[in-house]
Design a protein around this ligand. Sequence first.
Ligand SMILES: Cc1ncc(C[n+]2csc(CCOP(=O)(O)OP(=O)(O)O)c2C)c(N)n1
Ligand code: SF4
Length: 293
Amino acid sequence: MPDTTDREITVKDFKGHINPDWCPGCGDFGVLNVLQRSLAEMNIAPEEVMIVSGIGCSSNLPGFINTYGMHTLHGRSLPIAQGFKLANHGMHVIACGGDGDGLGIGVGHLIHSMRRNVDMTYIIMDNSIYGLTTGQTSPTSGFNMKTKSTPFGNPELPVNPMALAISAGCSFVARGFSGNPKQLVEIYKAAIKHKGFAFIDTFSPCVTFNKVNTAQYYRENTYDIQEDGHDSSDMQAAFARAMEDGKIGTGIFYQKERPTYEEPEKETFDIPLVDQPLGVDEKLANELNAQFL
Ligand SMILES: Cc1ncc(C[n+]2csc(CCOP(=O)(O)OP(=O)(O)O)c2C)c(N)n1
Ligand code: SF4
Protein backbone atom coordinates (compact mmCIF):
# COMPACT_ATOMS: atom_id res chain seq x y z
CA MET A 1 0.00 0.00 0.00
CA PRO A 2 1.52 3.38 -0.95
CA ASP A 3 2.00 6.12 1.61
CA THR A 4 -0.39 9.02 1.43
CA THR A 5 1.44 11.53 -0.65
CA ASP A 6 3.10 14.53 1.00
CA ARG A 7 4.06 16.23 -2.25
CA GLU A 8 2.01 18.42 -4.57
CA ILE A 9 0.63 16.47 -7.51
CA THR A 10 -0.06 18.13 -10.87
CA VAL A 11 -1.58 16.98 -14.15
CA LYS A 12 1.97 16.57 -15.52
CA ASP A 13 2.56 13.71 -13.06
CA PHE A 14 -0.09 11.70 -14.95
CA LYS A 15 1.31 12.30 -18.43
CA GLY A 16 1.85 8.88 -20.02
CA HIS A 17 4.99 7.79 -21.84
CA ILE A 18 3.02 6.97 -25.00
CA ASN A 19 0.84 9.47 -26.86
CA PRO A 20 -2.71 8.23 -27.53
CA ASP A 21 -3.26 6.81 -31.02
CA TRP A 22 -6.98 7.62 -30.96
CA CYS A 23 -8.39 9.32 -34.07
CA PRO A 24 -8.06 13.12 -33.91
CA GLY A 25 -11.23 14.43 -32.26
CA CYS A 26 -12.12 11.17 -30.47
CA GLY A 27 -14.04 11.84 -27.24
CA ASP A 28 -11.67 9.57 -25.33
CA PHE A 29 -9.06 12.37 -25.28
CA GLY A 30 -11.49 14.40 -23.16
CA VAL A 31 -12.04 11.50 -20.73
CA LEU A 32 -8.27 11.01 -20.34
CA ASN A 33 -7.68 14.73 -19.69
CA VAL A 34 -10.52 14.94 -17.17
CA LEU A 35 -9.33 11.83 -15.33
CA GLN A 36 -5.79 13.23 -15.10
CA ARG A 37 -7.16 16.56 -13.83
CA SER A 38 -9.47 14.90 -11.31
CA LEU A 39 -6.67 12.82 -9.77
CA ALA A 40 -4.31 15.83 -9.66
CA GLU A 41 -6.94 18.08 -8.07
CA MET A 42 -7.49 15.42 -5.39
CA ASN A 43 -3.71 15.30 -4.84
CA ILE A 44 -3.68 11.57 -5.47
CA ALA A 45 -0.24 10.33 -6.57
CA PRO A 46 0.23 8.13 -9.67
CA GLU A 47 1.61 5.29 -7.54
CA GLU A 48 -1.64 5.23 -5.54
CA VAL A 49 -3.76 4.47 -8.62
CA MET A 50 -4.49 1.27 -10.54
CA ILE A 51 -6.42 1.56 -13.83
CA VAL A 52 -7.83 -1.64 -15.35
CA SER A 53 -9.47 -1.85 -18.78
CA GLY A 54 -11.03 -4.38 -21.14
CA ILE A 55 -10.61 -4.31 -24.93
CA GLY A 56 -11.59 -1.51 -27.32
CA CYS A 57 -10.27 1.89 -28.41
CA SER A 58 -11.32 3.33 -25.03
CA SER A 59 -9.74 0.40 -23.20
CA ASN A 60 -6.32 1.54 -24.44
CA LEU A 61 -6.49 4.37 -21.87
CA PRO A 62 -4.26 2.75 -19.19
CA GLY A 63 -1.40 2.83 -21.72
CA PHE A 64 -1.69 6.61 -22.02
CA ILE A 65 -1.65 7.63 -18.34
CA ASN A 66 1.13 7.42 -15.79
CA THR A 67 -0.38 5.14 -13.11
CA TYR A 68 -0.31 1.40 -12.55
CA GLY A 69 -2.42 -0.21 -15.24
CA MET A 70 -3.68 -3.42 -16.73
CA HIS A 71 -5.18 -3.97 -20.18
CA THR A 72 -7.14 -7.19 -19.73
CA LEU A 73 -9.71 -9.13 -21.78
CA HIS A 74 -12.85 -7.95 -23.54
CA GLY A 75 -15.55 -7.43 -20.89
CA ARG A 76 -13.37 -8.62 -18.02
CA SER A 77 -12.01 -5.42 -16.47
CA LEU A 78 -14.33 -5.57 -13.46
CA PRO A 79 -13.45 -9.02 -12.02
CA ILE A 80 -9.76 -8.14 -12.27
CA ALA A 81 -10.20 -4.64 -10.83
CA GLN A 82 -12.22 -6.01 -7.89
CA GLY A 83 -9.67 -8.74 -7.23
CA PHE A 84 -6.94 -6.11 -7.24
CA LYS A 85 -8.85 -3.91 -4.80
CA LEU A 86 -9.54 -6.80 -2.41
CA ALA A 87 -5.85 -7.73 -2.37
CA ASN A 88 -4.63 -4.14 -2.04
CA HIS A 89 -7.37 -2.01 -0.54
CA GLY A 90 -5.09 0.99 0.02
CA MET A 91 -5.02 1.75 -3.72
CA HIS A 92 -7.51 3.81 -5.73
CA VAL A 93 -8.86 1.39 -8.33
CA ILE A 94 -10.46 2.65 -11.53
CA ALA A 95 -11.85 0.42 -14.27
CA CYS A 96 -12.64 1.77 -17.73
CA GLY A 97 -13.69 0.69 -21.20
CA GLY A 98 -16.31 1.07 -23.89
CA ASP A 99 -20.07 0.54 -23.94
CA GLY A 100 -19.53 -2.70 -25.86
CA ASP A 101 -17.03 -3.88 -23.26
CA GLY A 102 -19.09 -2.93 -20.19
CA LEU A 103 -22.71 -3.13 -21.31
CA GLY A 104 -22.39 -5.95 -23.88
CA ILE A 105 -19.99 -8.81 -23.18
CA GLY A 106 -19.23 -7.53 -19.66
CA VAL A 107 -22.73 -6.66 -18.47
CA GLY A 108 -23.05 -9.70 -16.20
CA HIS A 109 -19.97 -8.60 -14.27
CA LEU A 110 -21.31 -5.05 -14.15
CA ILE A 111 -24.61 -5.99 -12.50
CA HIS A 112 -22.93 -8.11 -9.84
CA SER A 113 -20.23 -5.50 -9.22
CA MET A 114 -22.91 -2.90 -8.60
CA ARG A 115 -24.75 -4.94 -5.99
CA ARG A 116 -21.44 -6.15 -4.46
CA ASN A 117 -20.24 -2.57 -3.84
CA VAL A 118 -16.46 -2.93 -3.82
CA ASP A 119 -14.97 0.54 -3.28
CA MET A 120 -13.83 1.50 -6.80
CA THR A 121 -14.72 3.65 -9.80
CA TYR A 122 -15.95 2.44 -13.18
CA ILE A 123 -15.94 4.72 -16.22
CA ILE A 124 -17.69 3.67 -19.40
CA MET A 125 -16.60 5.69 -22.41
CA ASP A 126 -19.90 5.49 -24.23
CA ASN A 127 -19.82 6.15 -27.99
CA SER A 128 -22.83 3.96 -28.86
CA ILE A 129 -20.75 1.97 -31.36
CA TYR A 130 -17.98 -0.62 -31.50
CA GLY A 131 -15.05 1.65 -32.41
CA LEU A 132 -12.08 -0.73 -32.46
CA THR A 133 -13.83 -3.27 -34.69
CA THR A 134 -14.83 -0.46 -37.09
CA GLY A 135 -18.43 0.49 -36.50
CA GLN A 136 -20.82 -2.28 -35.49
CA THR A 137 -23.95 -1.78 -33.34
CA SER A 138 -23.32 -1.59 -29.60
CA PRO A 139 -25.70 -2.04 -26.64
CA THR A 140 -26.30 1.73 -26.51
CA SER A 141 -26.82 2.24 -30.26
CA GLY A 142 -30.24 3.77 -30.84
CA PHE A 143 -33.26 1.82 -32.13
CA ASN A 144 -33.24 1.83 -35.95
CA MET A 145 -29.69 3.22 -36.10
CA LYS A 146 -27.87 2.23 -39.28
CA THR A 147 -24.43 0.80 -38.60
CA LYS A 148 -22.05 -1.55 -40.38
CA SER A 149 -23.76 -4.55 -38.74
CA THR A 150 -27.33 -3.17 -39.09
CA PRO A 151 -27.48 -1.60 -42.57
CA PHE A 152 -31.31 -1.63 -42.47
CA GLY A 153 -31.51 -0.18 -38.98
CA ASN A 154 -30.93 -1.55 -35.46
CA PRO A 155 -33.88 -3.80 -34.49
CA GLU A 156 -32.94 -3.80 -30.77
CA LEU A 157 -33.78 -1.30 -28.07
CA PRO A 158 -30.73 0.27 -26.40
CA VAL A 159 -29.71 -0.47 -22.81
CA ASN A 160 -30.51 2.37 -20.41
CA PRO A 161 -27.29 2.48 -18.30
CA MET A 162 -28.70 4.83 -15.63
CA ALA A 163 -31.86 2.78 -15.02
CA LEU A 164 -29.86 -0.46 -15.08
CA ALA A 165 -27.38 0.86 -12.49
CA ILE A 166 -30.00 2.24 -10.12
CA SER A 167 -32.01 -1.00 -10.20
CA ALA A 168 -28.87 -3.13 -9.71
CA GLY A 169 -28.17 -1.40 -6.38
CA CYS A 170 -25.27 0.77 -7.50
CA SER A 171 -24.38 3.23 -4.72
CA PHE A 172 -23.13 6.01 -7.08
CA VAL A 173 -24.71 6.46 -10.51
CA ALA A 174 -23.73 9.32 -12.82
CA ARG A 175 -23.60 10.38 -16.45
CA GLY A 176 -21.28 12.90 -18.06
CA PHE A 177 -20.01 14.09 -21.43
CA SER A 178 -16.36 14.33 -22.44
CA GLY A 179 -17.15 17.65 -24.16
CA ASN A 180 -18.21 19.18 -20.83
CA PRO A 181 -14.99 18.87 -18.79
CA LYS A 182 -16.08 21.40 -16.15
CA GLN A 183 -18.97 19.19 -15.07
CA LEU A 184 -17.16 15.89 -15.73
CA VAL A 185 -14.21 16.71 -13.46
CA GLU A 186 -16.60 17.32 -10.56
CA ILE A 187 -18.41 14.03 -11.27
CA TYR A 188 -15.16 12.04 -11.44
CA LYS A 189 -13.85 13.59 -8.22
CA ALA A 190 -17.12 12.78 -6.42
CA ALA A 191 -16.99 9.22 -7.81
CA ILE A 192 -13.38 8.64 -6.68
CA LYS A 193 -14.22 10.07 -3.24
CA HIS A 194 -17.35 7.91 -2.94
CA LYS A 195 -16.97 4.90 -0.62
CA GLY A 196 -18.40 2.09 -2.76
CA PHE A 197 -18.86 1.19 -6.42
CA ALA A 198 -19.17 4.39 -8.45
CA PHE A 199 -20.39 4.13 -12.03
CA ILE A 200 -20.13 6.94 -14.59
CA ASP A 201 -21.47 6.47 -18.09
CA THR A 202 -19.52 9.09 -20.06
CA PHE A 203 -20.62 10.14 -23.54
CA SER A 204 -17.41 10.02 -25.57
CA PRO A 205 -18.17 10.44 -29.28
CA CYS A 206 -16.55 8.28 -31.94
CA VAL A 207 -15.85 10.75 -34.74
CA THR A 208 -14.99 8.01 -37.24
CA PHE A 209 -17.84 5.49 -37.03
CA ASN A 210 -20.79 7.20 -35.34
CA LYS A 211 -22.22 10.14 -37.26
CA VAL A 212 -25.38 10.25 -35.09
CA ASN A 213 -24.16 10.60 -31.49
CA THR A 214 -21.73 13.43 -32.21
CA ALA A 215 -20.29 16.04 -29.85
CA GLN A 216 -22.67 18.57 -31.36
CA TYR A 217 -25.61 16.22 -30.70
CA TYR A 218 -24.65 15.98 -27.02
CA ARG A 219 -24.04 19.72 -26.73
CA GLU A 220 -27.55 20.33 -28.07
CA ASN A 221 -29.43 17.56 -26.23
CA THR A 222 -27.93 17.28 -22.73
CA TYR A 223 -28.72 19.30 -19.63
CA ASP A 224 -27.29 19.36 -16.09
CA ILE A 225 -29.70 17.63 -13.67
CA GLN A 226 -28.06 19.23 -10.62
CA GLU A 227 -28.64 22.71 -12.10
CA ASP A 228 -32.24 21.58 -12.63
CA GLY A 229 -32.62 20.89 -8.88
CA HIS A 230 -32.24 17.08 -8.90
CA ASP A 231 -31.86 15.49 -5.45
CA SER A 232 -29.38 12.61 -5.91
CA SER A 233 -30.39 11.00 -2.59
CA ASP A 234 -33.90 10.33 -3.98
CA MET A 235 -34.00 6.99 -5.82
CA GLN A 236 -37.46 7.54 -7.32
CA ALA A 237 -36.39 10.94 -8.68
CA ALA A 238 -33.25 9.29 -10.10
CA PHE A 239 -35.39 6.71 -11.92
CA ALA A 240 -37.61 9.45 -13.29
CA ARG A 241 -34.53 11.30 -14.65
CA ALA A 242 -33.17 8.04 -16.10
CA MET A 243 -36.44 7.33 -17.94
CA GLU A 244 -36.86 10.83 -19.43
CA ASP A 245 -37.59 10.83 -23.12
CA GLY A 246 -35.88 13.33 -25.41
CA LYS A 247 -33.92 15.32 -22.85
CA ILE A 248 -30.67 13.66 -21.73
CA GLY A 249 -29.70 14.46 -18.17
CA THR A 250 -26.07 14.56 -17.05
CA GLY A 251 -24.81 14.76 -13.48
CA ILE A 252 -25.08 12.58 -10.37
CA PHE A 253 -28.36 10.65 -10.64
CA TYR A 254 -28.11 8.67 -7.41
CA GLN A 255 -25.70 8.42 -4.49
CA LYS A 256 -26.17 6.62 -1.20
CA GLU A 257 -23.29 5.18 0.80
CA ARG A 258 -23.68 1.74 2.34
CA PRO A 259 -21.10 -0.72 3.69
CA THR A 260 -18.61 -1.77 1.04
CA TYR A 261 -17.92 -5.42 0.25
CA GLU A 262 -14.40 -5.29 1.68
CA GLU A 263 -15.17 -3.42 4.90
CA PRO A 264 -15.54 -6.49 7.16
CA GLU A 265 -12.32 -7.84 5.71
CA LYS A 266 -10.54 -4.56 6.33
CA GLU A 267 -11.41 -4.80 10.01
CA THR A 268 -9.95 -8.31 10.17
CA PHE A 269 -6.91 -7.44 8.09
CA ASP A 270 -5.57 -4.02 8.90
CA ILE A 271 -2.69 -4.88 6.60
CA PRO A 272 -3.69 -5.38 2.93
CA LEU A 273 -3.40 -8.97 1.73
CA VAL A 274 -0.48 -8.12 -0.57
CA ASP A 275 1.59 -7.01 2.43
CA GLN A 276 0.84 -10.05 4.58
CA PRO A 277 3.11 -13.08 4.97
CA LEU A 278 2.35 -15.71 2.33
CA GLY A 279 1.74 -18.50 4.85
CA VAL A 280 3.94 -20.90 2.86
CA ASP A 281 7.74 -21.10 2.82
CA GLU A 282 9.70 -19.37 0.06
CA LYS A 283 10.60 -22.61 -1.76
CA LEU A 284 6.96 -23.65 -2.10
CA ALA A 285 5.96 -20.10 -3.08
CA ASN A 286 8.57 -20.10 -5.86
CA GLU A 287 7.40 -23.53 -7.07
CA LEU A 288 3.79 -22.35 -7.17
CA ASN A 289 4.78 -19.17 -9.00
CA ALA A 290 6.74 -21.19 -11.54
CA GLN A 291 3.73 -23.45 -12.06
CA PHE A 292 1.12 -20.73 -12.48
CA LEU A 293 2.92 -17.69 -13.94
C1 LIG B 1 -14.03 -12.22 -26.52
C2 LIG B 1 -13.93 -11.16 -27.57
N1 LIG B 1 -14.97 -10.96 -28.38
C3 LIG B 1 -14.91 -10.01 -29.34
C4 LIG B 1 -13.77 -9.24 -29.47
C5 LIG B 1 -13.70 -8.22 -30.57
N2 LIG B 1 -13.84 -6.87 -30.03
C6 LIG B 1 -12.76 -6.13 -29.71
S1 LIG B 1 -13.17 -4.61 -29.14
C7 LIG B 1 -14.82 -4.93 -29.38
C8 LIG B 1 -15.88 -3.90 -29.08
C9 LIG B 1 -15.35 -2.51 -29.00
O1 LIG B 1 -16.37 -1.61 -28.65
P1 LIG B 1 -16.40 -0.89 -27.26
O2 LIG B 1 -16.17 -1.83 -26.15
O3 LIG B 1 -17.64 -0.08 -27.19
O4 LIG B 1 -15.10 0.04 -27.29
P2 LIG B 1 -14.66 1.21 -28.31
O5 LIG B 1 -13.71 0.57 -29.26
O6 LIG B 1 -15.88 1.74 -28.97
O7 LIG B 1 -14.00 2.20 -27.43
C10 LIG B 1 -15.03 -6.21 -29.87
C11 LIG B 1 -16.36 -6.79 -30.18
C12 LIG B 1 -12.71 -9.49 -28.58
N3 LIG B 1 -11.59 -8.75 -28.61
N4 LIG B 1 -12.81 -10.45 -27.64
S1 SF4 C 1 -12.46 4.62 -34.06
FE1 SF4 C 1 -13.81 5.97 -32.86
S2 SF4 C 1 -13.58 5.31 -30.72
FE2 SF4 C 1 -11.84 4.50 -31.89
S3 SF4 C 1 -10.21 6.04 -31.66
FE3 SF4 C 1 -11.31 6.49 -33.55
S4 SF4 C 1 -12.86 7.99 -32.95
FE4 SF4 C 1 -12.15 7.01 -31.07
